[in-house]
Design a protein around this ligand. Sequence first.
Ligand code: NAD
Ligand code: AHE
Ligand code: ZN
Length: 380
Amino acid sequence: MSDTAGKPITCKAAVAWEAGKPVSLETIEVAPPKKGEVRVKVNFTGICHTDMYTLSGSDPEGAFPAVLGHEGAGVVESVGEGVTDVKEGDHVILLYTAECRQCKFCKSGKTNLCGAVRATQGKGVMPDGTKRFTCNGKELYHFMGTSTFSQYTVVSQYSLVAIDKSCPLDKACLLGCGVTTGFGAATITNKIEEGANVAVFGIGCVGLAVIDGASFNKAGRIIAIDINDGKEQWAKKFGATEFINPSKLPEGKSIVDHLIDITDGGLDYTFDCTGNTKVMRSALESAHKGWGEATVIGVAAAGEEISFRPFQVVTGRVLRGSAFGGVKGRTQLPGMVDLYQKGEFKIDEYITHTTTLDEINKGVDHTKSGNCIRCVVSMD
Ligand code: NAD
Ligand code: AHE
Ligand code: ZN
């Protein structure tokens, strides 16, 4: 058993004291895991746009002060009573989409969403309604059941998965969100068929992972769409066959009309990876009449709504969403780790920036810059 098991750990964390302010490096106390919980030393975390969204104050579930971060990998430090699936020393990826295997969602065979911890997760507390983080005596909220912007975190036993120790943690952390989300949306939520035509709106980490997943499934045309021309070379590197900047179409020509023209009626699969509700509408409208399927992955701000003519779906188009790429983390991530280790899909290529916990605000700036795909933060 580790020397620290059963005792509070003092460590560093980036604390989001309030919405709209930079996170601040603090010394915090992390309580030991209670029954059904696991304390993890976080070695690496990515910074995802969803962290920025919550930090901005747009997330209806955002609670402050909090320890944000949800794209982490590390090592189990100690486990609480009753935890049998992981043990001290295991290498793990933290899961913002838990998997308990007992709730009606997990048992349905229809979804990767899990009901075990989601309600308390959304309130920023552990399943028993309490918190494990304090800073100068003040309690800090958890975030997405993971809180990876801390050197140590406590999570439910359903919110992490052990992986092969040979997989480097500075890469594995990206399987905690962006890469899995996009790759899974293409291969699991939508099982893109060989030869199917695909359009991807928004070429960040998530959009690139959709492209990689579409290529993996041998899609036909993979059309990448972004208002940033710099994303063309990224999209093509990941397997896109074409790139369109919708802001550069001829006057009066919409991206929907253009896509319908160049694809003989529309796409088999479209994906929104922007979080912009107008783009979500375009994704639906550019799906082919009768069978085209549009998937919303992007997270829109509180109060935003998608609008479209019901005729769009009456005439056979399908609009759906995808959370964490439809991936059941505890069951399916070890297999994804194997695939990555065999070189079947990309992870390393997304990492454009690295930083340290001390300089995490530089990482936040990189993430917002428009030329960062993913910034990985070393927590030591
Ligand atoms: P990102 O900011 O790196 O990428 C978004 C891209 O969209 C950028 O390249 C941007 O230039 C482009 N874009 C913006 N407006 C556009 C427009 N009108 N038309 C075309 N392109 C446009 O973000 P990311 O990390 O790739 O994440 C994408 C979205 O997915 C975010 O909203 C994020 O919160 C969300 N997300 C959802 C899940 C999920 O499980 N559903 C998981 C991870 C991230
Ligand atoms: N709290 C937000 C939720 C936004 C959202 O949709 N989150 C995505 C994951 S984004 C990861 O970067 C998701 O998987 N949602 C499903 C879930 O159970 O949260 C809001 O807007 O309320
Ligand atoms: Zn994310």
